[in-house]
Ligand binder design. Structure first.
Ligand code: GAL
Length: 953
């Protein structure tokens, strides 16, 4: 049986050979983007091909935007799967139900469209395959969704009324090669362009621009299919193509993205070039650029926009690059396909190391024991080679691209070897990456994903077992620290390893952005919200920025953890060590300042003179003598490194790195006393100073006329995605174990309410139905009449097999409680293993702004290290630096919500003050909470103290 083109493994017919992607300064181009006519059919052959013929009447058709995905424009629906193919695995066949989008677009040539030369029609991205006609003539077809394809169309063009017809199938043989963890989003999702190609145009060219760090010289040679001249005015270069020239230059690096304006002039056109000189190598087992080892502080970036899917405007790409640069990120893996070429221009311009990854993933074959995997089936090798060539040829002139990646999660096979051989032969100037083959037979880098800290350390020490050839290779984590929901925890520990062991050359957090789709009812939708039969839920929302590109706390934490300057010191004697962790830049681009703070308030500040230490260097500097001592206050230094001058990516004053050096801690919390508990005549209430308690339950009812609800021990939190772990793993997640023990349904039994001379003591036993494990909890209240002191002691009973989510108190404040002020860590949330970016100071927020808008609601928004917090007219002080959250809904409601829009504010603000919390970890895909951040329930007891007073009188 002959298969239709879309089910054929062959990559393309009728297309031109791939080449570099460029714009000539003097060539005509016509963007065909805009409103196109559109018809959706349920199967590939529901409609014949007459729509492509001249004179077809598409009057009844709809309209959609090109570029765009039809499923995001009211035709059909998106579908999300992580690893599984959403269709039966029977390569290369695809289902009969194959949504098919027919597109028609009519266009005129501009009046000044040149008459000579050729014209090309370029498609930069069509998912998953296209068949193309111009003015009734079939041009051909192609697969390879995120790759550029061109047709020669000169002969067919006419001045007016050109009709372009494109048939796109959602599923094709190519879908088997594109099983990336993301939404399936069919359509012509990148631009369509008509390019005039004059006679004597360059067609394809290859800029070879290396840097010799010993000599300080650049070597330039531009090979061009059509001979011409290359000029670089700033360097005095004017040479024919193909000729090599060596001149002194400043090199390109991600930290110093120096480029030189140049021109390639062929008889037919002038092409502006921006040349960056750099040399990438593996030397002595280390990845070097320009002779120096580099450390990747990276992220994995999918192309995503909450409204337009993988159709991204230049402004969005730019926003990504600027956000990355402003958060100390220096590297991007273009997971898992070549991005829009304009993104690579931005990486060249602003400075980011790029691992450019081929559009190839066959992960779904894992579910069938890798039977039939295309990368190990010679019939597919031409398709694989086509993909490799389309990536390399398109992107070869970007200095930012330092590594080619063969693809992601394809298992192993001969096809990958063939790709590697082709890539090496075509471009020996870059390194080769592929994570899925542990033998590393075809790669220059040993790369892994989600290895835990202990294993990474072993690899760093060179103690890992493995094939011998792998032992000598540099190591990177191409994915780690799964940024799903609250987290990732443990970033700092990874970074310490990267900075300790030379072989560990950094990693790429998974991933940059949450792929939540804007949705009228849900806010942001995830898997299952479109009625998909098979889906992977909110596993698609695992980014460092929310779908609308607001930085999540994870990004703020990552920025702090990877800061390229380490500031350390000893507050009391005012010494500061400044280590320059850049690989190339000295510190002259940074301005250092100090401030001295008393109870969070700055009382003095100034400039800190720091020498322009070179990369890897360190300087010791001295802070001025601290202002007068004050034993009643908490004092500290804050040292900041900011941009000294405006850069392309952030203005002068932008914060790059900081540290706080404590000088004096505050004295212990005074324990008020004096008031004796008094039972009312009816025996219903007990009064202690200005506090009233229920005499039977011992529950605090009010304090100085402020109603307080349900104050008591709380150990539950709405599980985070990391608590929930990986759904496909057989062992139960920590959240499942919590639920099994009933931590979400603990009951408080009152054992004693004991007024005494030194206050009120209430004893309870907190436990869940069907369990004999318990937390004996004693509350001891004392008051001096105006303030109220609580000491809560929790003693676990039985052998608790799991860490507890939290230990602390929870209470409700009915009525208005908008503003929250606190002295402690801020401004953002912090958990035990995500607290690097939490800065001690005086902070203020309203309750709503304390909530972190994780796409799937979960524990969030805690501010840590709190000395005091004011909320709803109450002030609570503690000397054990608890964390607090304040919400207009209960933990139970938070736990039950699937989307943010499920949370509706009630009339009570619920406040939690935790003396201890379980960490976050990154077990949604990767290691769990490190032992030091686990909250072990045994052995107890633990106690917690705080003092209540009023603020609003
Ligand atoms: C990796 C994969 C990514 C993503 C991630 C989990 O295995 O390469 O595409 O699925 O896990 O979010």
């Amino acid at each position: 049986m002959e298969l239709p083109h879309h089910e054929d493994v062959s990559p393309a017919s009728g297309t031109l050979a791939p080449r570099t992607w460029y714009a000539a300064s003097d060539a005509a181009t016509l963007s065909l983007d805009g409103r196109w006519r559109f018809r959706l059919s349920p199967t590939a052959d529901a409609e014949d091909e007459t729509f492509a013929a001249e004179g077809y009447d598409c009057g009844a058709w709809d309209e959609i935007a090109v570029p765009g995905h039809w499923v995001l424009q009211g035709h059909g629906a998106p579908q999300y799967t992580n690893q599984l193919y959403p269709f039966p695995v029977d390569p290369p066949r695809v289902p009969t139900e194959n949504p098919t989008g027919d597109h028609l677009h009519t266009f005129d040539l501009p009046a000044d469209w040149p008459r000579d030369g050729e014209a090309l029609l370029r498609f930069d991205g069509v998912e998953s395959c296209a068949r193309v006609w111009l003015n009734g003539t079939a041009l051909g077809d192609f697969k390879g969704s995120r790759l550029t394809h061109e047709f020669a169309v000169g002969e067919l063009l006419r001045p007016e009324g050109n009709v372009l017809a494109v048939r796109v199938h959602q599923w094709s043989a190519g879908s088997y090669l594109e099983d990336q963890d993301q939404w399936w989003l069919p359509g012509i999702f990148r631009g369509v362009t008509l390019l005039h190609r004059p006679e004597g145009c360059a067609r394809d060219f290859f800029v070879h621009a290396a840097y010799d760090h010993r000599a300080g010289t650049g070597t330039l040679r531009v090979d061009s299919e059509v001979q011409g001249r290359v000029t670089v005015p700033e360097l005095g270069i004017d040479v024919p193509t193909g000729e090599q020239v060596v001149v002194p230059v400043e090199p390109w690096t991600a930290e110093t993205p120096r480029r030189y304006d140049a021109t390639l002039a062929t008889p037919g056109e002038r092409i502006p070039l921006r040349i960056g000189f750099r040399t990438v190598a593996v030397e002595d087992g280390l990845i070097t650029v320009n002779g120096r080892p580099v450390l990747f502080r990276g992220v994995n970036r999918h192309e995503f926009h909450p409204e337009t899917g993988r159709t991204l405007g230049l402004d969005t790409m730019r926003a990504d690059v600027l956000l990355m640069k402003r958060h100390n990120i220096n590297a991007v893996r273009t997971s898992h396909y070549p991005p829009h070429p304009a993104f690579l221009d931005l990486c060249d311009e602003f400075g980011l190391w790029v691992i450019d990854e081929c559009d190839l993933e066959t992960h779904g074959f894992q579910a069938v024991g890798w039977r039939g995997n295309p990368v190990d089936d010679d019939r597919w090798t031409p398709a694989l080679l086509d993909r490799a060539a389309r990536m390399v040829e398109r992107d070869k002139n970007h200095p930012s691209v330092v590594v080619w990646s063969l693809g992601n999660e394809c298992g192993t096979g001969r096809g990958l070897r063939a790709m590697a051989e082709w890539v090496r032969a075509r471009d020996g100037s870059r390194l080769l990456h592929y994570e899925g083959d542990r033998s590393c037979a075809d790669t220059d880098v040993y790369s892994r994903m989600y290895a835990d800290h202990a294993e990474v350390e072993r690899i760093g020490r060179g103690e890992d077992e493995g094939p011998r050839e792998r032992g000598g290779l540099p190591f990177i984590l191409c994915e780690y620290a799964h940024a799903m929901g609250n987290g990732p925890g443990g970033l700092g520990e990874y970074q310490r390893l990267f900075e300790t062991y030379r072989r560990l050359q950094g990693g790429f957090v998974w991933e940059w952005i949450d792929h939540g789709i804007a949705h009228p009812e849900h806010g942001f939708a995830y898997g299952g919200d479109f009625g998909e039969e098979l889906h992977d839920g909110n596993f698609v929302c695992d980014g460092l920025v929310f779908p609308d590109r607001t930085p999540s706390p994870g990004l703020v934490e990552y920025k702090k953890v990877i800061e390229p300057v380490r500031i350390e010191g000893h507050g009391p004697d005012g010494t500061v060590g400044i280590t320059n962790l850049h690989d190339f830049a000295d510190l002259s681009h940074l301005a250092f300042t100090w401030s001295f703070e008393k109870d969070g308030r700055t009382v003095a500040d100034g400039v800190l003179a720091v020498p322009p230490v070179g990369p890897g260097g360190r300087a010791e500097v001295k802070l001025p003598p601290p202002p007068r001592r004050d034993p009643d206050a908490e004092t500290q230094w804050t040292v900041r490194a900011t941009l000294a001058e405006d850069t392309a990516w952030a203005p002068a004053g932008h914060l790059v790195a900081w540290a706080q050096l404590p000088v004096e801690q505050r004295v212990m919390l005074p324990v008020p006393g004096g008031a004796a508990p008094v039972r009312d005549a009816a025996g219903r209430r007990i009064t202690l100073g200005a506090a009233t308690f229920d005499a039977r339950s011992g529950t605090l009812l009010s304090f100085r006329d402020r109603e307080i609800r349900e104050l008591g021990l709380d150990v539950w939190r709405a599980p985070t995605d990391n608590d929930n772990g990986m759904p496909w793993r057989p062992e139960p997640s920590v959240a499942a174990r919590w639920r099994a023990l009933g931590l979400d349904r603990m009951r408080h039994r009152v054992d004693a309410v004991e007024p005494g001379a030194d206050g009120l003591t209430v004893r309870t036993r907190v436990a869940a139905a069907a369990s004999d494990l318990a937390l004996r909890t004693e509350y001891h209240w004392v008051s001096d009449g105006s303030r109220l002191h609580l000491r809560m002691t929790v003693t676990p009973q039985g052998d608790w097999p799991v860490p507890l989510p939290r230990i602390g108190i929870r209470f409700g404040l009915p009525g208005a409680a908008d503003r929250v002020r606190w002295f402690g860590g801020g401004p953002g949330e912090a958990y035990p293993d995500t607290a690097a970016a939490s800065m001690t100071g005086l902070w203020e927020s309203d309750v709503d702004a304390l909530q972190t808008p994780y796409v799937r609601p979960q524990e969030n928004g805690a501010r840590a290290g709190v000395r005091w917090v004011e909320v709803g007219g109450l002030r609570v002080e503690s000397d054990s630096a608890p964390a607090f959250t304040a919400r207009r809904w209960t933990t139970r409601q938070l736990d039950a919500a699937r989307h943010r829009t499920d949370l509706t504010p009630g009339d009570t603000v619920w406040v939690n003050l935790d003396s201890a919390r379980h960490g976050i970890g990154t077990q949604s895909c990767g290691p769990g909470v490190l032992p030091r951040y686990e909250l072990r329930a045994t052995p107890g007891p633990t106690s917690f103290s705080c003092v209540f007073s009023r603020t609003d009188e």
